[in-house]
Design a protein around this ligand. Structure first.
Ligand code: FUB
Length: 325
């Protein structure tokens, strides 16, 4: 495969690709971007998605199969709008799709839907996960079979509205020199339908062991959390949002703390950057998106894949987000 990124699907717009290997194939769970006419604003209202498709590939360089609509907002009783970045976990032959959406009050929660096959169809639970909030949930399975969820996003993702642990209608206005708001992590419950413990902060430290600060916008967490494991170490990666970078930090266990290590990918065309990192048949891949196909419309993105060079010591070679196909 060439070192240049490849757009995977051009027939519809797809974003936020979360990739996993199930039954020997690569499965991709992206958002499905649409042109709904909602004007662009700072809350991300223009990301007005209504369903999810599932994709699979036997070869990252080969054909991409679109399995069609796996979950539609019209079948989710509590969800009103904005089905943002989802992900799937597999346990005992069942597949669990986790997805954020806004309720009738405009507050994000995370729902679960269950299927017998990775491609769905997924049957949603009638209520969101208890105590769920914010966006961009991703899943990670530890070698012992334990499943973890990572989630959160600031600004339009509402994470800054949970200063006290409960939703507040105003933002947590931290001073620039105060620690940055953190993503969240929790084990999933045995039945995979709820969080199995109180969410914890995913703390990212600098090289001196100090938590990254709010003003450190080139390194602090914004959205799109993802976890991968390499040579026994845990790598938490994420988007820096308004500085448009994908970064990563290394830790000794799934909860962290994690120490900032560097940039995975430089900015792409479009405002958002969002990804997943997966090993398939002995090689590592970075799934991500950009807005090149739509001519730069930030809410109409197209998912891509590129080889990722993870060195023996776990450090990651930075990818040029603007490289052409
Ligand atoms: O797709 C909607 C939002 O855009 C996602 O939740 C963010 O991570 C960003 O990619």
């Amino acid at each position: 495969m060439s070192k240049k990124p490849r757009h995977l699907i051009k027939s519809i717009y797809t974003a936020d690709p979360r990739a996993h290997v199930y039954e020997g194939k690569l499965y991709i769970f992206p958002s499905h971007d649409i042109e709904s006419g909602v004007p662009q604003d700072d809350l991300g209202s223009h990301f007005d998605m209504k369903d999810y498709h599932v994709y699979s590939m036997e070869d990252p360089d080969g054909q991409v199969v679109d399995h069609g609509v796996a979950l539609d907002i019209k079948n989710v009783p509590w969800a009103v709008k904005q089905m943002w970045s989802n992900d799937v976990a597999c346990k005992d032959g069942k597949y669990y799709m986790y997805f954020p959406a806004k309720d009738e009050k405009g507050i994000f929660h995370i729902g679960v839907a269950v299927a017998d096959k990775a491609e769905g169809p997924y049957k949603p639970m009638p209520e969101p996960m208890k105590g769920s909030f914010s966006i961009d949930i991703s899943t990670f399975q530890e070698d012992d079979g334990t499943h973890y969820a990572y989630w959160g996003g600031i600004w339009g993702g509402q994470l800054q509205r949970y200063k006290t642990g409960k939703y507040e209608d105003n933002d947590d206005m931290r001073k620039p020199e105060e620690p940055a708001i953190c993503a969240k992590v929790a084990k999933l419950s045995d039945d995979m339908l709820e969080f199995g413990e109180e969410p914890r902060d995913v703390v990212i430290l600098d090289a001196y062991g100090e938590p990254l600060k709010t003003e450190d916008e080139n390194r602090r967490f914004f959205e799109a959390p993802w976890m991968h494991k390499f040579n026994g170490k845990y790598y938490f990666s994420y988007s820096t949002g308004n500085t448009h970078l994908l970064c990563y930090a290394e830790g000794d266990n799934p909860y962290g703390p994690f120490t900032y290590k560097g940039v995975i990918m430089t900015p792409v065309v479009g405002w958002t950057t969002h990804h997943s990192i997966v090993e398939y048949k002995g090689k590592w891949y970075l799934f991500h998106h950009d807005s090149k196909v739509s001519g730069g419309k930030t809410w109409l993105r197209s998912m891509k894949v590129i080889d990722l060079n993870i060195r023996e010591d776990g450090t990651i070679e930075t990818v040029d987000g603007n490289a052409d196909e």
